[in-house]
Each structure stands twice: as C-alpha cells, then as structure tokens.
Design a protein around this ligand. Structure first.
Ligand code: HEC
Ligand code: HEC
Length: 446
C-alpha cells in the first residue's frame, strides 16, 4: 500500500468528521456531550404551525377540565396567547440571548428536546429530562417533583436557573423584554401596563394553556369508531387496565378506565435512578435545603446536583417521597423519547422491560404497585401498540418513523430485559432504614 498524499488525508479527515457528526446527531447522549464540550447552547427551534394554539373542539378534549385549568385571574385571550408564544420562542429572555423556552421544548418534538437530559446556556447539562408542555395545564403540579404549583410559578424558574437561561434574577429578563418596542406595545395592549414579572409569567402560562392536544386514533376509538385502532392496540388497552397494572397509576381512578389523562395526580417511586444513587445519604444531605424552603435553591439542586434523584422528597421532606416522581400523562409518548425523569430509557421497549421485571428490589421506598408482571413479548408489543395510538394527528407521520426507529434499536438492544425476574416471584422489599444520624456515624471515620 502506498502512503496517502496530503489531499487524500484531508478527504479522510473530512469523512471522519462527517461520520462523527452523523453518529453524534443520531445519538442524543453524544450530542449532549458535544454541546457541553462546545460550551454552546443548542439551536433555538422556530415557532411554526406545530406551535400554534390548538382548537377546543378536538375529539377527546375534556371540556370541563380545560375550563377548570384556567385560573380566574389569568383568562385566555388571543392577544395574550400570541404574546406568550412570542416570549416562549424568544432567546432574549436568557442571560446571553442564546436560550429560549423552546430550546428544550421544541414543537417539532412534541415540545421536548429529544435529549436524555436538557442542555441550556453555554452548553450546561442538567440532571432531568425535558417533559412536554402539551396538556401540562392538566398537571396536578409542574416539574417531575411538582415543586411549582402553577404554570405561572413554573415559568419563572428556568429563566433564573444557571443551567437553563441563566439570568441573575427575573428583573433582568423583564428589563430585557421591556427594552424591545414590540413588547412595549404588546404588554400595554394585553395587560394595560409595561412589562413586569407577573404578567410575563401570565402570558407564557397562557400560551402553554393553549397547547391542548387530543384527537388521536384512540380518542376516535373511544368516541365509537371501532376501526380507529388495531386489534393489537385494543389488546394493549385491555392489558393496560389489567395484567400490566398501568392503570394503578396512569389513570385518575384504579376502578374505572381513564381514556383522557393517563395520570393519577400523584407521585410514585417506580425505581428509576435509585440504583445509581445512595439516596439515604443524599436525603440527609438535602434536609437543610428542604427546610430552608428556598425555591430557587431547591430548583438548582433538582436541575444541577445528584439530589435531583430525591424527587418529591425535595419538596415534602417525607421519607415515602424519596425518589418519587410525578406520574406523567402518556399522550404523544412516542414523540417524547427518551423516557423517565432522567431520560435513562431510550425506547418504549426499555420502559416496558423496566415495568415487567418490577425492578428495584433494593429500594425500600419502591411503590407497592411495582411488581413482576410476567408479560410475554407479544403482550409488551400490544401495550406499546396501544400507547402509539395516543399520537395526535400533527405528529402521526413523525411518530410512525420514531416508533420504527425505537423498534430497530429494540431488536438488537434490550438492556432492561430480565425474563427471569419478570416471571419470578415478587421480591421481598427491604424496610426503610433512613436515619441521618446513623448514616453520619456509620461513615468510615476511624
Ligand atoms: C435548558 C432547557 C430548558 C429550558 C430553557 C426550559 N425548560 Fe422547561 N423544563 C426543562 C426540564 C429539564 C424540565 C423538568 C425539570 C424538573 O422536573 O425538575 C422542564 C419542565 C418544564 C415544565 C413542567 C412540565 C411538567 O410536566 O411538569 C414546564 C411547564 C416548562 N418546563 C416550561 C418552560 C418554560 C415556560 C420555559 C421558558 C420560560 C422553559 N420551560 C425553559 C427544560 C427546560
Ligand atoms: C406505581 C405507579 C406506576 C405504574 C404501576 C406504572 N407507571 Fe408509568 N410512570 C409512573 C411514574 C411515577 C413515572 C415517572 C417516573 C420517573 O420518571 O421516575 C412513569 C413514567 C412512565 C413513562 C415515561 C413517561 C415519560 O414522559 O418519560 C411511560 C411511557 C410509562 N410510565 C408507561 C407505563 C406503562 C405502560 C405502565 C404499565 C406497564 C406503567 N407506566 C405503570 C408511575 C407508574
């Protein structure tokens, strides 16, 4: 073989760079790492047709709950929603003009970012996966741990979180917005006064409340069109409410199937991430912080530190809430991979494998409804087929491609699959033994 000439080396190098770029683009984890290394925020998605306010006459839309989710002091108006949309996509809200809400809540990905955990200003990587804002108005509280009560309260926190939009305080964001003529006019028109923090949050929340999305094949099935979903999906819906035990949490009530929300307005420890962390020690470490009730500091701990794994405990300081997280709704779930609060599962097959083995034997706070399910491979496929029918029409094409992508991954990689556990007995759960004094005294000090 002859040695390569300089021109050829350049070609090799270009091919190598292109291959690395392609791999990076295909793999969200590599992508997040690359962003962190680059010190740059991810690109800002544009508001397009998918970002528009949604109609209220969709099949399956719960009219009463939608009305109830709008607070009396922040009624929906088209002008306010339009102002909120503008703000949601505007990076000028961030400290250096590089990050908008939409950076991590991209309408093209059903208002998520497709990364295991989110990446904000200067490429800073957080601890949590970005949930969708679609149908977030129905949530019992906002964030995986519910630390914000309302969408208005929630909107303030990413603006001042150092890993997200990085403003030193909310006033800095308000000042930036107030300096822009088009916003001066819009705030005056909508609220009758100059930009201020309360109205900024109200406009954004109002835009988010316009993001109601139903009208899926499943909604049409429930409305009487028996051919709207496949037989596999019908079996999956049956399993969801019986052997697979999903309705224990993804339903407003365990007794009646819930075809609308797929959440119970509650928090559970389902064994995610708990293996990777010593939560007992972490919870002792977190006590002073939780006692302080400092919302901004707790937000930072949840987004930036290992204490993130403590979940609801960061809000309530109750032992049973250790590593418990909010039950999310499941609409458009195919579009919002990767899954769980830490983005740890790449595909819906991984999610199913996790539930099937009832993982978390060493977790004393594991919810008692998590147990081995003994689901066969075809039963797993049926539950996934059902979940895929929760896709709304605007995402139908993309979700079909995404499901195919996940299926391809699952054909060669099922890291969570453990058939012996799935078909085995329910393991004996260890008793909670959290004692901060004990943790401290048992530390190897001798
Ligand atoms: C750097 C990425 C990033 C940016 C920027 C960002 N978010 Fe988020 N968002 C997240 C992550 C991650 C979570 C989950 C955090 C948690 O639960 O602790 C979240 C949670 C939420 C939730 C809660 C949804 C639920 O189901 O609980 C809402 C609503 C939301 N964000 C809206 C916004 C708005 C409005 C903005 C802009 C003012 C914004 N986000 C900016 C990443 C981001
Ligand atoms: C004990 C309550 C419980 C049961 C039972 C349960 N879930 Fe969940 N589910 C949750 C909670 C809580 C989360 C969020 C947990 C986390 O991220 O740590 C979740 C998350 C999910 C997610 C990921 C959502 C996202 O946006 O990342 C999917 C998908 C899901 N569940 C589907 C199912 C299916 C299918 C079943 C039945 C096989 C099921 N769940 C059974 C409580 C439960």
């Amino acid at each position: 073989m002859r040695p390569a000439r300089p021109g050829e080396w350049r070609a090799f190098a270009l091919i190598a760079i292109a291959a690395a770029w392609l791999l990076g683009a295909a793999n969200p984890a590599t992508q997040a790492q690359a962003l962190q290394n680059s010190g740059k925020a991810p690109p800002i998605p544009q508001a397009g047709p998918l970002a528009q306010p949604k109609p209220l006459d969709q099949v399956g839309l719960p009219v009463e709950a939608t009305r109830a989710a709008t607070p009396a002091d922040n009624p929906q108006t088209p002008a306010k929603i339009a102002l909120g949309e503008k703000l949601f996509f505007d990076a000028r809200l961030s400290a250096d003009g590089t990050v908008a809400c939409a950076t991590c809540h991209d309408p093209a990905r059903a208002f998520t970012d497709g990364r295991p955990v989110s990446v904000g200003i200067r490429g800073r990587v957080g601890q949590r996966n970005s949930p969708t804002i679609l149908n977030a108005l129905y949530n019992v509280a906002q964030f995986w741990d519910g630390r914000a009560k309302t969408l208005e309260d929630q909107a303030e926190l990413p603006i001042v979180n150092p890993s997200e939009m990085g403003q030193p305080n909310l006033e800095a964001a308000v000042t930036a917005v107030a300096a822009i003529p088009e916003y001066q006019q819009a705030f005056k028109d909508v609220f009758g006064k100059p930009a201020n923090r309360t109205d900024l949050a109200r406009a954004i929340a109002s835009y988010e409340r316009s993001q109601v999305l139903f009208d899926s094949p499943f909604d049409h099935f429930m409305a009487g069109d028996k051919s709207a979903i496949s037989d596999a999906a019908k079996r999956g819906w049956q399993l969801f409410n019986s052997k697979a035990r999903c309705n224990k949490c993804h339903a407003l009530s365990e007794d009646t199937p819930d075809p609308t929300f797929f959440m119970d307005k509650d928090f559970h420890n389902i064994g995610i991430g708990i293996i990777r962390h010593n939560v007992n020690a972490l919870s002792c470490q977190a006590e002073p912080l939780v006692n302080s009730g400092d919302t901004k500091a707790i937000d930072q701990a949840a987004i930036e530190t290992d204490m993130s794994a403590l979940g609801r405990f960061l809000v309530t300081k109750k032992d049973p809430d250790i590593a418990s997280f909010k039950t999310p709704g499941l609409r458009n779930i195919v579009m919002t991979a990767p899954y769980f609060h830490d983005g740890s599962q790449a595909t819906l097959w991984d999610v199913m494998d996790h539930y099937n083995k009832g993982d978390g034997i060493r977790d004393p706070y594991l919810d008692t409804d998590i147990q081995p399910l003994a689901l066969s491979e075809s039963e797993i496929d049926d539950v996934i087929a059902f979940m895929a029918t929760l896709t709304s029409p605007e995402y139908a094409n993309q979700a079909a491609k995404e499901l195919a992508r996940q299926r391809r991954i699952a054909q060669t990689s099922r890291p969570q699959r453990d058939t012996a556990k799935a078909f085995g007995p329910k393991p004996v759960q260890p008793r909670p033994d959290r004692s901060c004094a004990a943790t401290q005294s048992s530390a190897p000090t001798k």
